[in-house]
Design a protein around this ligand. Sequence first.
Ligand code: MUC
Ligand code: MG
Length: 372
Amino acid sequence: MSTVIEHIETLLVDLPTIRPHKLSMTTMACQTMVIVRMRHSDGIEGIGEGTTIGGLAYGPESPESIKRNIDIYLAPLLVGQSSSNIHQLRSRLNRHARGNMIAKSALETALLDAQGKRLGLSVAELLGGARQEHLPVLWTLASGDTAKDIDEAQLRLEQRRHCDFKLKIGANSLDQDVGHVAAIKQALGDRASVRVDVNQAWDESTAVRGIQALQDAGIELIEQPIPAREHAGLIRLANRFNVPMLADEAVQDARDGLDLVSGGFSGAFALKIAKSGGIHGVLELAHVAQAAGVGLYGGTLLEGTIGTAASLHAWATLPEMTWGTEMFGPLLLKDDIVIKSLNYTEFGVTLPQGPGLGITLDEEKLAYYSRQ
Ligand code: MUC
Ligand code: MG
C-alpha cells in the first residue's frame, strides 16, 4: 500500500531578533515562524516553515493567517493523499485554494523533506543535484543608526562572515537616507559591496532623484524602489540608470518574471520560495530569468533555519547566482529551534547534508518558543 499523509500540525514560533531590524514598513524585534510538521503513514515526518515580515506589514499573509489557512483549508486537501507525488499535490492545492503562497511553500517544503528522508536523498538531490555546496550570503544593516551600522559591517568583515551589505531605506526623508547610505559606503570603501532595499517606499520621481544620488555614491544594486505593481515604472528605471534594479515585491512567480522581461526589464530578480509558493515555483521563475539574461539573487523573508535550508537546497541546484544570496535569517535571531544550526563561514553558508532538508528539530526549544 502506498504511503499517505496522515496528519499535519502547525505551530506559531516566536523568536526574538538580536537587535531591532528597521525596514521602510515596520521595525521587527521578533520573528514569527509557522512551523509545519507533516506525519506520513510510513512513520516519516517532514518539516516546513512559512514566514513573513512584520505581521501584515509586508504582504497579504500574516503568521496567524498562514497557520489558520493551513489548518482549515489546505491540510484537509492533503491528509489521506498519497505522499510522494508532489506535483500532483501542488496542483491539488492550487486548484482548490488561491494565493496563500507562503502557506503553500511551507507545505511543499514538508513534502520534499519527507520524500528526501524516505529515499535517503537531500532535497537538492531530489531536484537533480547541487551545483554548489557553499553559497555567498550578504548581511542587512538595518539598526536605524549610521554609526552602529558601520560598526556592525566592520565586525562582519573582520569575522569573514559577510562582505556584501544591504541597507534598508525608505522610512526617512530622501536626503537623510542618501546621507546614511553614502556614509556607510564611504566607511567601507572597496572592501564591501553596498546595496539598498527601498521596499516600495518611493514614487517614481523620488526614485529618479534617489537612484541618481545612490549611483553617484557607488551603490551597486537598487532593490524595489517603487510599488510592486508598477512594472512599467520599474522597467523605465532599469533603462534609465547604469546601476541595476533588483525586482523583489514586483516579481512573485514566473508569470511576473515574464511580464517584466517582455516589457524590457533588465537587472535581477530576488527569488524567494515564500513568494512563489515553494521550491518548484521559484525555480520556474529562476528559469525565466536565466532565459532572459536577468541576474539571479537568492532572497529571504527572514526565515529561520528550516525555511533558509529549504531555500538553500533550491539555490544550490542553480548555476552561480549573479548577486549571491541573503540567506542570513537565522543569524538575525537570538536562538534556534533546531539541533544543529547552519554553518556560516568564509562570507557564505554551507548547504546542509543528509536526507531531506538535513535539519532536525530541537523539541525542547520548539516547545519553549511555541505560542500557547
Ligand atoms: C526584503 O524585502 O528583501 C530581506 C532581507 C531583509 O532584511 O529583509 C528582507 C525582505
Ligand atoms: Mg526586498
